[in-house]
Ligand binder design. Structure first.
Ligand SMILES: [Zn+2]
Ligand SMILES: [Zn+2]
Ligand SMILES: [Zn+2]
Length: 479
């Protein structure tokens, strides 16, 4: 075939134009081209694939040498010298999906197993726990003022009316879940910001008093002195804190009643699911925590909201609320954070910083309330300024009692063992004789972030297909 010089020139020009476009059009594309042309690009992709497409990988450089413990022979040596840029990418392991989607997925998987083993046994928990009374409980914060809602018509008011600040008391519109106004107060001046952040600051205390009250109610119903409760039964739980759109946390908890020595012992005959349910409802309406008195905000009492949800958990098969659905539901929430409620995951260090951080006006007002009250001597113990970014809430996202089930550490070490076996190394019979590692840097450039995102999406797709095949059911607690 004879080449057409005209077309060749055109083709060359179009290639040149493309390069020029890449240079000028988008910094991301330009950086992608740079990354793809770097030596060791394929190996770098492999590293990122191994992190699951982590959005903020940590780069380390160093080496490890393994030897046979008997002969002392060097069996293997790994060094980052041969890696691209002499470094190795590791997962950031952040549980928050707003920070790193792929790592939060891994964390949610751990949470699932952690909660599930507490419900069905396994991973060191006896299978008999299935027969123990188990409840799925949702506890909420009370209302601190009207906020725009997406479930049905938002605060309809036929006869209108205005608040003291001249704003309408009702709304009457139908909002979409994605609307920016959802979760924002109808009147910011009417909203009880101080009450909201004090509730967060004392929510942990409220929870422990509540758990205590549940035990007390059970003891009373059984006709035994409260102090004798531990001789008969033990209450264990796993709970997650979830930020709602209005910026208030609520708790989803799995509660289980065991015998006196935990999951290995059967609960006493009086410890039925019905009794446990009654005790939970009674305790929820009763417990209260008094905030320290403050001339600025007066006397404040922290209580649960009226929205309470209690479901007995049944084994898979005949159940509306089954072991698997509860574990999946709880796991889903550990990957959420205040960031998902329009807040921020970063600590703030000054009032000036609060005024510029990218959050909604409502979240900003909550952060300001933390800062303002945090400066008062009577609230010093609540550490409100240090926790302004989580709106005063100091708790962990997932907490569980010691006897509930396995731990994250146990699950991580099991996973590391598994990975070692996959890599062809046995955990025993080899010793590390020398090891030195240092931190190099973390995160991606624009182009690297694009490749990592593509890898993460690909792996998420593969997971979704697998999940569809398993047909895991989900349910809505609000329903
Ligand atoms: Zn990550
Ligand atoms: Zn509204
Ligand atoms: Zn008002």
């Amino acid at each position: 075939m004879i080449g057409n010089p005209h077309i060749d020139t055109q083709a060359r020009r179009s290639v040149l134009e493309q390069t020029e476009r890449q240079r000028t059009l988008s910094p991301t594309i330009a950086d992608m081209v740079r990354v793809a042309n770097e030596p060791g690009f394929r190996r770098w992709l492999e590293q990122i694939r191994a992190t699951g497409g982590c959005a903020h990988p940590i780069y380390l450089s160093g080496h490890t040498t393994w030897a046979d413990p008997v002969s002392g022979d060097i069996i293997r040596r790994y060094s980052t010298e041969s890696e691209p840029a002499g470094r190795l990418a590791l997962r950031c392991n952040n549980r928050r999906s707003s920070r790193c989607e792929p790592c939060s997925y891994l964390h949610a998987g751990d949470t699932y197993h952690l909660v599930r083993s507490g419900l069905t046994g396994g991973k060191g928990v006896p299978a008999e726990v299935r027969e123990h009374p188990r409840l799925f409980v949702t506890l909420t914060a009370p209302s601190f003022g009207r906020v725009h809602r997406a479930d049905g018509r938002c605060h309809p008011r036929r006869h209108g009316g205005l608040c003291d600040h001249g704003r309408p008391l009702g709304c009457g519109q139908t909002h979409q879940d994605t609307d920016a106004c959802v979760g924002q107060p109808l009147c910011p001046d009417c909203y009880d910001y101080a009450g909201h952040v004090l509730w967060h600051a004392l929510a942990g205390t409220l929870w422990s008093r509540w758990a205590h009250a549940v035990r007390r109610h059970l003891a009373t119903a059984a006709g035994i002195p409260q102090t004798h409760f531990p001789r008969y039964a033990r209450l264990s739980f796993a709970k997650v804190a979830e930020f709602q759109r209005r910026g208030a946390v609520h708790f989803h908890a799995v509660i289980r009643l065991d015998g006196p020595d935990g999951p290995d012992t059967p609960p006493p005959p009086w410890g039925t699911a019905e009794r446990l349910q009654e005790a939970v409802l009674a305790a929820t309406g009763q417990v209260a925590v008094h905030a320290p008195y403050s001339p600025a905000v007066g006397d404040r009492v922290v209580k649960w909201g009226t929205q309470v949800d209690v479901h007995p958990i049944q084994a898979v098969g005949d159940a509306v609320v089954s072991d698997d659905t509860v574990a999946a539901y709880v796991a889903k929430y550990t990957s959420k954070s205040v960031g998902d409620a329009g807040g921020t995951d970063q600590r703030v260090t000054s009032l000036a910083e609060i005024s510029i951080v990218a959050v909604s006006p409502h979240i900003r007002a909550l952060m300001r309330a933390c800062w303002r009250l945090g400066g008062l001597v009577e609230f010093a113990d609540l550490n409100l300024r240090a926790w302004a970014h989580t709106l005063g809430f100091r708790g962990h996202v997932l907490t569980k009692s010691r006897s509930y089930s396995t731990t994250y550490t146990a699950l991580r070490s099991a996973r590391a063992d598994h990975q070692r076996q996959v890599a062809g190394e046995t955990a025993s019979g080899v010793v590390v004789v020398e090891s030195a590692w240092r931190y190099v840097t973390s995160g991606h450039t624009l182009g690297q972030a694009w490749f990592a995102k593509a890898i993460a999406d690909q792996q998420a797709h593969a997971r979704n297909d697998a999940r569809d095949a398993r047909a895991v059911r989900c349910f809505d607690v609000a329903a």
